[in-house]
Design a protein around this ligand. Sequence first.
Ligand code: NAP
Length: 307
Amino acid sequence: MSSGVPILTLNNGVKIPAIGLGGWGGLSAEERAAAKGWFLTGLQAGYRHIDVAQMYGTEESLGKAIRESGIPREEIFVTTKLPWNHHSRVAQSFQESLNNLGLDYVDLYLVHWPQRVVLEEGNDFPKHPDGSIKTVESPSFNEVWADVEKLLDTGKVRAIGVSNFSVKTLETLLATAKVVPAVNQVELHPYLAQPDLVEYCKKKGILITAYTPTGYQNVLTDPTITELAGKYGVSPAQIVLAWHVARGGSACPKSSNVERQKQNINLPTLDASDVARVTALDKGQRLCNKPDENGRVWGVSVEELGW
Ligand SMILES: NC(=O)c1ccc[n+]([C@@H]2O[C@H](COP(=O)([O-])OP(=O)(O)OC[C@H]3O[C@@H](n4cnc5c(N)ncnc54)[C@H](OP(=O)(O)O)[C@@H]3O)[C@@H](O)[C@H]2O)c1
């Protein structure tokens, strides 16, 4: 019954395990340091793809867990991301990530967000007096991408991609890109199935990695999901993750609990009719990065994001 974790191939031939362990570890230094423990149980449970970001503050913990695991570096697929306020210091920021991780290279480096936020030392969320996030127009994300493309020449990154891009922002990016992003990491779950973006990325050879892939308790308690969990004799999260895999995508569920970590990489193969039933739950509902009451997400409008 179990399909395990398929290995997918990116548009440059690099292989990526379909399920990665999400690496957002909380806001406090203590929580971020504690991530080392659950990264290690994840690696021991069989994860070979881990998703972090410089903004999560968990790169150091991941590096420590990798070294402590004794697993050869080349067996682990490591993703990290360029912070939204490091648009004018891409090469330096990338090197800082390598230093934090204590690694010579990363497998995948993503532009975390299309918007560029003002760089204020020690403050990832600089705000105008009205509470909105301060962003800049220049450089454009096309210019940021050109700097990320140059990282490929260093041999210290195997693939590059983006995150939180839409059909609209990908179209703008591809107008000047020399390298088509290998991955677009976006919020994706049964309540936000994003059929147009999935279709577009497939056509362009861009793999989608789903974040918030479980859809939290909103999706996990949905009657269709719990019914299917009963049918297959697995948990609701396993049904939802199996759905991502059945669609040919990748996903990075986060769990700091070893039993749930194990569940999330031991997935049933869903019948095509059940995949369709889960897809039909789509209601275009964002659960993680929701627009505020002014229709803005982290300083920019949903129109600008193309969401
Ligand atoms: N690119 C971006 O902008 C972006 C944004 C958000 C997230 N991400 C990435 O995506 C990862 C996951 O996102 P997320 O945390 O929002 O969503 P998620 O992984 O879908 O949800 C995490 C929550 O689900 C619980 N959970 C995990 N497995 C479960 C299971 N089998 N049964 C029941 N509950 C389960 C976890 O609790 P326990 O830990 O207690 O198991 C945790 O509370 C992040 O860690 C990060 O790497 C990227």
